[in-house]
Each structure stands twice: as structure tokens, then as C-alpha cells.
Ligand binder design. Structure first.
Ligand SMILES: *[C@@H]1O[C@H](CO)[C@@H](O)[C@H](O)[C@H]1NC(C)=O
Ligand SMILES: *[C@@H]1O[C@H](CO)[C@@H](O)[C@H](O)[C@H]1NC(C)=O
Ligand SMILES: *[C@@H]1O[C@H](CO)[C@@H](O)[C@H](O)[C@H]1NC(C)=O
Ligand SMILES: *[C@@H]1O[C@H](CO)[C@@H](O)[C@H](O)[C@H]1NC(C)=O
Ligand SMILES: *[C@@H]1O[C@H](CO)[C@@H](O)[C@H](O)[C@H]1NC(C)=O
Length: 451
């Protein structure tokens, strides 16, 4: 709290007399956008496609429609509700031949090529879709089906690159975790979608990796099942989550505020999840969960932990023996998780392997969710999932990023960690997914959710 007060005073002083005040070190991580040499290629920022041509090609709408091999026709309405600068949209994905493709505002397609370069090359064709001014909307119609698609939104221009990969051509996308990424200083975000060859649509917003540009979605359908909507976070969520992280850090001394990435002016533009933040600083939270994990292991050595599998297997009893938590009917036990295992829910004891049985596959999400929400040692925590949502994140240590994301969600929708859909029977589902076999129009709201 004290840090916050000093910070507030300093921010006030800086804005009053910027040149007279010595530089204050920011509580945030600062983006220092670099060039091509600063790009870091990982599985997280690449979309790998097939190699199609040594040069970038453009397909006009008429030519696409004349081809019957690639069906698809999905209107996407984009509503600009952003109170900042010019916003661009970018629609990327893989076509049915697994080629990387961008859809432009007029429905034409750009197939970018690396030209065989193993050094990323910028996509120089216009792939941005400039949004009209706030309060207005445009509609872009997908002329083909797309898998692994994203609609990116950014205040200003995002930079995309192509790179030759062993068996094809890969799209290098902006990385939220590389502070030197060429797009690091830009406010951006995306929705993910898959528009299948059966013309079904799956679209989601997720905060599992980060909170950036504020996006909401709705989907109208043609089968009478009703419009679906995910409002997600409110317009000021990035600064609210970052304020909450600063406050948390002043309470427990951990660098939660460093999960916020600020631009060169010091304004936070995104909040990274702890798992993503570990790509920037893997040491900071390395031992954050250790004492809690030890307590849980010690507690459930003498007491059984009941996991409600919410499947036909019903409740299973688990107990620690030696260093391993074993569950009845489960094909293998669980070692103590590390902080990284708890943030990501997919490594160490939480990695599900081929051959794991259905009880194991049911225990992993429920056990990891119980850690993330710190419900294992509170009253009623011996049954998982069990306690109500008001009991999540109430004791330390916990995933304070997740706590804050949920605090600022308008309708409780949008995952803050990979197994956010684990909940007691009958309670609300945090999934930010919209899905329909009969999609009519997908609407994306940029900058602020619809009321
Ligand atoms: C794409 O290919 C690059 C280069 O081989 C690799 O580093 C990256 O992990 C791949 N991405 C995915 C999502 O598999
Ligand atoms: C979001 O949708 C994409 C595309 O369908 C999918 O790959 C991804 O796993 C989904 N993520 C979540 C958190 O539901
Ligand atoms: C990809 O992101 C996840 C968090 O979503 C992180 O745990 C993992 O280390 C990242 N992988 C790479 C290669 O950066
Ligand atoms: C939550 O909703 C999503 C999308 O509708 C669905 O895939 C998922 O199975 C649901 N989870 C639960 C626990 O009901
Ligand atoms: C724009 O955002 C405000 C604040 O969330 C909301 O009340 C309004 O309905 C939004 N407008 C549109 C067109 O979605």
C-alpha cells in the first residue's frame, strides 16, 4: 500500500513537472520494441503452414468464389468501441491446404511467402483492415473456412513475418512475452476461431496468456438456439488488473507488477499471466508455491482428499504416501508440482500422457484448479471441486492474476487459467467460447464490451 501511495504521488509530480523530476523506476516491465533480429521464434508465436509459392500471392473475391473446393461464407461484424487511436484488424489462419492466409477487408486473400528465407521476412502486402472511427462498424466476410484462425486488433500497426520452416512456411506473430518483439510497444489482442469445413464456428477469447486489447464477442445463429455472447473484461481492465498487481506486490513482496508490460511512456498495455511472465523472469516465482505444496502434501498424508471426477466414476479418494499423491483407480500418482506446473497446469504431475486412464484425465484439471485457486487447505477443501467461487483466491499463496481477471470480468466469462471450466456441479462456466453448427454473424466488439 505504501509503495502505491508513493507511486501515485510520483506519478502526480511527474505529470506536473516532467523535466524536473528524476527518473523513477517503473513497477512495470517496459517494452523496448526491436527489429527482426530481436524476434524469438517459439511454438507460442508461430503458425506453421505448408509452402505454397516463392512469392506472396493475392486471390480476389470473385476468383475465390468461383472455386468450389473451398466453401465458406461467414460475415464478421467488427464494432469499434475503442477510446484511443486508429485500430487495425488482421485476420489470419490456415486454409484447407494448410497454407497461411490473411483475409482482407474486401474479402480478398493474401497468401504470404517467406520466399525460402530462414530469417523472418516482413509481410509487405497490406493485410491490415483499418477500422472506422469509434461508434462505427464494418463487416468482413470470410470467403473460405479457416482453422487456427485469429482476428488480431491493435492500436496502430502490428508486424507479422514469414519464415521458412523445415516442411513449409511459418507465420511469425507478435509475441506478448518478448519485450523486444517489433510489436511489443503496441496495444494488441486477439480472438481465436475455427470455421470448419462443416461450416461450424468455434470462437473464443481467453486470458490464459495475457490481457491486452479489450474484446467481446457475440454470435447470432440460424437454428433458433439464440444469440451467444461473451463480454469478457471491461474497458479499463488492463489498468485495473495492473493496479491490483502493484497492490499485491506491495503486500507480499513478489514482483506481480512486473507482469504488466508498459509502453515507453510508462502506460501499461498488457498484463501477462504468471506462466507467460516466467518467459521474462523464470526465477522470480520459482519458490512461490513451495511451502503451500508441502503443507498440502503433509495435510493429505493423514486425511483423504476426495476428487469428484464429475464423470461416471464419481468421487475418488486420494492420499499422499511418501512423496506421491495417489488416487483410487488412477493409473499413476502425482509428484509435488512446481510453480511452473501450477501456472500452466500441463507440465510435471499435470502433464497428461497417452495411456492415462479417464480417472487420471479427470483428476489433473481438478487438482490443478484447486492449487491455482488455493482451495485445498480451506474449510471444505477436502472435496474438489467443492467450495463456491467466492472462496477461490482467498488465501496466500494464490494466482493473483487469475483473481484479478475474474474480479474485472463483466459476465464471468473468459478463462484466466487453462482449467477455469472446473467448477462444482451446476455452477457457472467461465469458458469464453462461442460455438455453433449454424453460425449467422460473428460480432466482435473492440475496446469496450456492449452493455
Ligand atoms: C513452427 O516451426 C518453427 C521452426 O521449425 C518451430 O520453432 C515452432 O515451434 C513451430 N511452431 C509450432 C506451433 O509448432
Ligand atoms: C480457443 O479456440 C482455439 C481455436 O478453436 C483453440 O485452439 C483453443 O484451444 C481454444 N482455447 C481455449 C482456452 O478454449
Ligand atoms: C509458451 O507459453 C506457455 C504459457 O502459456 C509457457 O509456459 C511456455 O514456456 C511457452 N513456451 C515457449 C517455448 O516460450
Ligand atoms: C463450458 O462451456 C464450454 C463451451 O460452451 C464447453 O466446451 C465446456 O465443456 C463447458 N464446461 C463445463 C464444465 O460445462
Ligand atoms: C461501448 O461500450 C460501452 C461501455 O462498455 C457500452 O455501454 C456500449 O454499449 C458499447 N457500445 C457498443 C456499440 O457496443
Amino acid at each position: 500500500m505504501r509503495t502505491l501511495a508513493i507511486l501515485t504521488a510520483l506519478i502526480g509530480a511527474v505529470s506536473a513537472a516532467p523535466s524536473l523530476i528524476p527518473r523513477v523506476s517503473s513497477p512495470f516491465s517496459i517494452a523496448k520494441p526491436g527489429g527482426i533480429d530481436d524476434i524469438i521464434i517459439t511454438a507460442n508465436n508461430t503458425l506453421n503452414g505448408t509452402y505454397h509459392s516463392p512469392t506472396t500471392t493475392v486471390s480476389k473475391k470473385a476468383a475465390i468464389q468461383a472455386r468450389t473446393a473451398q466453401p465458406g461464407h461467414l460475415p464478421i461484424q467488427i464494432v469499434n468501441n475503442f477510446s484511443g487511436g486508429q485500430v487495425n484488424a488482421y485476420i489470419s489462419g490456415l486454409d484447407t491446404d494448410n497454407r497461411v492466409v490473411f483475409v482482407r477487408g474486401d474479402g480478398s486473400l493474401v497468401y504470404p511467402s517467406s520466399g525460402g528465407s530462414s530469417v523472418p521476412v516482413p509481410i509487405s502486402s497490406a493485410i491490415n483492415i483499418p477500422l472506422p472511427a469509434k461508434g462505427n462498424s464494418i463487416t468482413v466476410t470470410l470467403p473460405i473456412v479457416l482453422s487456427s484462425a485469429r482476428i488480431y486488433f491493435s492500436e496502430g500497426n502490428l508486424q507479422f513475418f514469414m519464415v521458412k520452416i523445415p516442411n513449409g512456411d511459418g507465420l511469425v506473430q507478435p509475441s506478448p512475452t518478448n519485450l523486444q518483439d517489433p510489436s511489443a510497444g503496441i496495444n494488441w489482442g486477439f480472438v481465436e476461431l475455427t470455421y470448419t469445413t462443416g461450416l461450424a464456428l468455434y470462437a473464443n477469447i481467453s486470458y490464459v496468456d495475457f490481457v491486452g486489447m479489450i474484446l467481446s464477442m457475440s454470435l447470432s445463429v440460424t437454428d433458433g438456439s439464440g444469440t451467444q455472447i461473451t463480454r469478457g473484461l471491461g474497458a479499463s481492465a488492463v489498468s485495473q488488473v495492473c493496479q491490483g498487481l502493484v497492490q499485491q506486490g506491495s503486500q507480499d513482496g513478489y514482483p506481480w507488477s512486473s507482469m504488466c508490460v508498459a509502453n515507453s511512456a510508462g502506460t501499461p498495455i498488457r498484463a501477462l499471466s504468471p506462466g507467460d511472465y516466467s518467459a521474462i523472469n523464470s526465477a522470480a516465482f520459482q519458490n512461490y508455491w513451495s511451502a503451500y505444496v508441502d503443507q498440502v502434501w503433509s495435510h493429505y498424508t493423514s486425511t483423504p482428499l476426495t476428487i469428484n471426477t464429475q464423470t461416471s466414476a464419481g468421487n475418488v479418494n486420494c492420499q499422499v504416501s511418501g512423496s506421491t499423491l495417489n488416487c483410487q483407480g488412477d493409473n499413476r500418482g502425482y509428484a509435488k508440482p512446481t510453480a511452473g506446473d501450477i501456472w500452466g497446469c500441463n507440465s510435471g504431475p499435470f502433464a497428461i500422457q497417452a495411456g492415462d486412464n479417464s480417472i487420471h484425465s479427470a483428476v489433473v484439471p481438478r487438482l490443478c484448479a484447486a492449487f491455482v485457486r488455493s482451495t485445498l487447505l480451506i474449510a471444505g477443501g477436502n472435496v474438489q471441486p467443492g467450495v463456491s467461487q467466492s472462496q477461490y483466491y482467498t488465501v496466500n499463496p494464490t494466482n493473483h492474476y487469475s483473481r484479478l481477471v475474474h474480479q474485472f470480468e463483466v459476465d464471468g466469462r473468459g478463462y484466466a487459467f487453462p482449467y477455469d471450466d472446473v467448477n462444482p456441479d451446476g455452477s457457472e462456466n467461465a469458458s469464453g467460447t462461442l460455438a455453433s453448427g449454424a453460425p449467422n454473424v460473428l460480432t466482435v466488439y473492440v475496446g469496450a464490451p456492449p452493455s
